[in-house]
Design a protein around this ligand. Structure first.
Ligand code: HEM
Length: 237
């Protein structure tokens, strides 16, 4: 028996643009990140490493600005842009998750309960990458927003901070440099662990979307392009 469906607008242009810019940026960051992590295996020279890190940081800025924009509209936006609509913190979430597991509901206007958990995990990991990435950019290649601060903190001659270059010891105070590396350590650990977690969760997210598409039949993949889902009449919230 075919179910009568109606076209319902869910994902605003802002959310859709964020999503696909995010997909492109993260794909590039993962690809470059993997080459940086396996530099020795690929025979990357020091100059090559600096170039890869510079490109990684520039793409990282696009990722960071896009994420910042999405985090902000979660607070000031409308409808399904808002955190209250997309995160699993609303009263009754455990009940909704149980009903989801028991296949009681056929479709969801926003994310289904499993989708809400995934979205929370993705945003937490991406925010970790955002913060740790900006700190590492400062300690590794002395790029903004913290690059000037870190370069100055390790300079012997504070009037010639511009002499400090990535992977060079010119004008670098060794003790201050080691101190800066110690500050960097927890951030790089977080960056690498969040990176591997994203490598695991992204395919799971895509797998979940495909399962939901087959189960709910609301055209949710094209909804991330057009904004519209096809929901059974009187059966979705
Ligand atoms: C780098 C890879 C990806 C990342 C990091 C990612 C991340 C996200 C995030 C954060 C959201 C929540 C959007 C929001 O509320 O602002 C989301 C939703 C969604 N994503 Fe992705 N995504 C990725 C790849 C994909 C791909 C390849 C597809 C298509 C097959 C896809 C389809 C969707 C759909 C359909 C939703 C809405 C799900 C729903 O209706 O519950 N994503 N994604």
């Amino acid at each position: 028996m075919s179910i009568e469906r109606e076209q319902v607008f869910v994902w605003s242009r802002k959310v859709r643009v964020f999503h696909w810019v995010n997909v492109i940026a993260i794909t590039l960051l993962i690809f470059i990140g993997l080459v940086i992590l396996n530099g020795k295996l690929f025979g990357v020279s020091t100059d090559g490493k600096i170039l890869l890190k510079t490109i990684h940081v520039i793409v990282g800025y696009v990722f960071a600005i896009n994420l910042l924009f999405r985090l902000l509209i979660g607070f000031i936006g409308k409808g399904y842009e808002r955190w209250s609509k997309i995160l699993p913190f609303k009263q009754g979430f455990s009940q909704a998750l149980l009903e989801f597991k028991q296949h009681k509901k056929t479709a969801y206007k926003g994310h289904n309960p499993a989708g809400k958990l995934m979205v929370l995990a993705l945003f937490l990991l991406m925010s970790t990458q955002f913060v740790s990435g900006l700190v590492i950019a400062g300690t590794d290649i002395y790029y903004p927003p913290f690059g000037d601060y870190f370069a100055e903190s390790i300079a012997i001659d504070k009037n010639n901070v511009a002499d400090i270059k990535p992977y060079s010891k010119e004008n670098v105070d060794e003790a201050a440099y080691q101190q800066m590396r110690a500050i960097r350590k927890p951030f790089i650990t977080a960056h690498v662990y969040a990176f591997y977690s994203l490598l695991f969760l992204i395919p799971l997210h895509i797998f979940g979307v495909i399962i939901a598409e087959r189960r709910e039949k609301t055209a949710l993949v094209s909804a991330m392009l057009t904004g519209y889902k096809y929901l059974p009449k009187h059966d979705s919230k």
